[in-house]
Design a protein around this ligand. Structure first.
Ligand SMILES: Nc1ncnc2c1ncn2[C@@H]1O[C@H](COP(=O)(O)OP(=O)(O)OP(=O)(O)O)[C@@H](O)[C@H]1O
Length: 289
């Protein structure tokens, strides 16, 4: 069974086939779009001094070019996550935010650049190998096995281990008590918020050093959104680094350590979350004023 029930079919195909072949040329329209973006301004920090993580680097992405088949979506993306850091990526629809995370997790066509995780070059690796290094990924959609029970989903999360991690299961149940209550229930019958908790719980079974979350608040009722962000804070506070893509940009920037604004597949701004949140240009252009 696949380790990643929610990886889109086409991505799975690409992760095997396209990676083998040389990257295709980006379509002309794509080049024009990027040129237009480049004229706006170079990537900059919203504050006078660029803040880079001052703790040990965990994920370092450099000059990443990636996409789907021959379509290049990312153009020289740089991204850092330090040990224990909480980093968010925000930006307009279609900017390539999800593609960054999928690329780190080996689900796109890798076209160039470098992806180093915890000292290992993971560029071009498949997800099944990447998870062994301590990188967890929770996609936005179809992130649980709907036909399996809650408990079976959590067990699947640990399938690569020789010995079942009872302590991790206990931790997940402690963090998300509703999952313990509903452990015999089919995942497909859970509410949106409960499914999201299950998807996170499944990823936490391997005790990842970095947990990547793609729009964890998407589709949740407004009163559950805060609760979801609180839970993510809790995961981070217990030492797991977080890389998160969020449409709810203001709240995400408020809670994170550092943020990146991605536009047209390229870095546009990067800085501490607070600085981005209060930067006039970032506010006007990307945070709705
Ligand atoms: N599986 C795919 N095959 C081909 N193109 C894709 C695929 N997934 C995404 N794209 C394209 O890649 C570009 C970036 O998409 P991506 O989902 O990364 O953007 P995003 O910033 O996460 O946007 P959103 O906030 O709308 O989810 C878009 O033009 C999108 O149409």
């Amino acid at each position: 069974m696949s380790t990643d029930p929610d990886a889109e079919g086409e991505s799975n195909v690409e992760s095997g086939a396209a990676r083998e072949s040389p990257p295709g040329d980006a379509p002309e329209e794509r080049e024009a779009e990027r040129d237009a973006a480049a004229t706006t301004e170079e990537t900059r920090s919203a504050s006078a001094e660029t803040t880079r993580p001052d703790t040990e680097g965990l994920l370092a992405v450099r000059d990443l070019d990636a996409g789907y088949g021959d379509l290049q979506v990312l153009d020289e993306v740089d991204l850092d996550v330090a040990d224990g850091e909480y980093v968010v990526i925000v930006g307009p629809n279609g900017a390539g935010k999800s593609t960054v995370m999928k690329s780190v997790f080996g689900l796109t066509s890798f076209m160039g650049g470098a992806i180093e995780f915890d000292g290992t070059d993971i560029a071009g690796m498949v997800p099944e190998d990447i998870i062994h290094y301590g990188l967890g990924y929770v996609p936005q959609n179809e992130n649980v096995f709907a036909g399996l029970s809650v408990r079976e989903n959590l067990e699947m999360g640990a399938y690569i281990l020789d010995e079942f991690p009872d302590d991790k299961l206990a931790e997940v149940f402690e963090r998300f008590p509703i999952l313990e209550e509903r452990q015999e229930q089919k995942a497909g019958t859970l509410s949106g918020g409960q499914r999201q908790m299950l998807a996170m719980g499944r990823a936490l079974m391997l005790d990842p050093k970095l947990l990547m979350l793609d729009e964890p608040s998407a589709g949740l009722a407004p009163d559950l959104v805060d609760e979801m962000f609180d839970r993510i804070d809790g995961i981070n506070e217990s030492g797991t680094a977080i890389l998160m893509v969020e449409q709810n940009a203001k709240e995400a920037l408020r809670r994170c350590d550092r943020g990146y604004v991605l536009v047209n597949g390229s870095n546009r701004f990067e800085d501490d979350g607070d600085v981005l949140l209060h930067d006039e240009e970032v506010r006007q252009e990307f945070l709705g004023g």
